[in-house]
Design a protein around this ligand. Structure first.
Ligand SMILES: Nc1nc2[nH]c(I)nc2c(=O)[nH]1
Length: 271
C-alpha cells in the first residue's frame, strides 16, 4: 500500500485510509474536510465536539508530521448546531519535504474518499498588498502554480475554471463582509522568495506567496470536492516592507490572529 510504489493506485490508498478512519472514528461519512495551515490550528476546537482523534501516522499513506507535534493527529468533529461531521486533516505534507506529490495530496484524496463534498484549504503566506497587515485572512480567488508539478498522473485533464468556488467565497463574505480576496502563488520553497521573485509574482497578477495549497486544490477539484481557500497573511512578502522576514514574527502573527480566523472558519463550516 505504499504511495512510493508507482504500481500502486493512490486512490486505493486513499480508500484504505478512509476505511481506516471510518473504523476508528465510527463516523461512516464526513461532510467537510479542513486542512489547517500555519496560524489556523485553533479552528478545530471552535468547530464543535471532537468525536475522535487519531495519530496521523496510523492512517494508511500518511507520514509522520515534519514538525513535531504540529498536525500529528487527524480529528473527526461533530459541527456544532448541525448533524454534519468535519475531518480536520492534521499532518500536511509540503512539496519541499521531497516525499513526492502523491503524499502532498493524499489527505485531500482521503477526505474525498470519506464522502466529504467540500474542503477548506488554509495556509500561512506572504502578502504583496501592504494593506494586508500580518494576521489578515484573505480569500483565495485563483492561483498560479509555480511548482512545475501536477498531482495528477497520465492524461487526466481537469477544468480549473471555478477552482476556488465563487459560491463558497460568497458564503464566507456573508460571515465576514470585510474579507478581501487575492491570487495565491505557490513557489516550491523551502526558501522564501527574493524581492525580485516577489515583484515577478506581482507582475504575474499574484497577491499572496506561499509553499502549499495549489497542488492540494487541483487534486481536490479532480476528486470532485468544492474548494474554499483562505490564506492568513503572516508577513509582508520579501521586499514589500523594508524589514527582512523573521520566522518568529511569522509564528507570532499567526498566534495573534488565531481567535478571529478560527471563529470565521467555524462559522463558515456551519453553513
Ligand atoms: N513562499 C512563502 N511562503 C510563506 N509562508 C509564510 I507563513 N510566509 C511565506 C512567504 O513569505 N513566502
Amino acid at each position: 500500500h505504499s504511495l512510493d510504489d508507482p504500481a500502486v493506485d493512490p486512490f486505493d490508498v486513499a480508500r484504505a485510509a478512509a476505511a481506516h478512519l471510518a473504523r476508528v472514528t465510527g463516523i461512516a461519512r464526513h461532510d467537510l474536510a479542513l486542512v489547517l495551515g500555519s496560524g489556523w490550528g485553533g479552528a478545530a476546537d471552535l468547530l464543535g465536539e471532537t468525536v475522535a482523534e487519531i495519530d496521523s501516522d496510523q492512517i494508511p499513506g500518511f507520514s509522520a508530521p515534519a514538525v513535531a507535534g504540529h498536525g500529528a493527529t487527524t480529528r473527526s468533529i461533530r459541527i456544532t448546531g448541525t448533524d454534519k461531521f468535519a475531518l480536520v486533516i492534521g499532518s500536511r505534507t509540503h512539496l519541499y519535504e521531497g516525499k513526492g506529490v502523491r503524499r502532498v495530496v493524499h489527505g485531500v484524496r482521503t477526505a474525498a474518499a470519506t464522502g466529504a463534498t467540500r474542503i477548506v484549504l488554509t495556509n500561512g503566506c506572504g502578502g504583496l498588498n501592504p494593506a494586508w497587515l500580518p494576521g489578515t485572512p484573505v480569500l483565495i480567488s485563483d492561483h498560479l502554480n509555480l511548482t512545475a508539478t501536477s498531482p495528477l498522473e497520465g492524461a487526466t485533464f481537469v477544468d480549473l475554471t471555478d477552482l476556488y468556488s465563487a459560491r463558497l467565497r460568497a458564503l464566507a463574505r456573508e460571515v465576514d463582509g470585510s474579507l478581501d480576496e487575492g491570487v495565491y502563488v505557490q513557489f516550491p520553497g523551502p526558501h522564501y522568495e527574493t524581492p525580485a521573485e516577489v515583484r515577478m509574482a506581482g507582475r504575474f497578477g499574484g497577491d499572496l506567496v506561499g509553499m502549499s495549497t495549489t497542488l492540494e486544490a487541483i487534486a481536490a477539484r479532480h476528486a470532485g470536492l468544492e474548494v474554499l481557500g483562505i490564506s492568513l497573511v503572516t508577513n509582508a512578502a520579501a521586499g514589500i516592507s523594508p524589514t527582512p522576514l523573521s520566522h518568529g514574527e511569522v509564528l507570532e502573527a499567526g498566534q495573534a490572529a488565531g481567535p478571529r480566523i478560527s471563529a470565521l472558519l467555524a462559522e463558515i463550516a456551519r453553513r
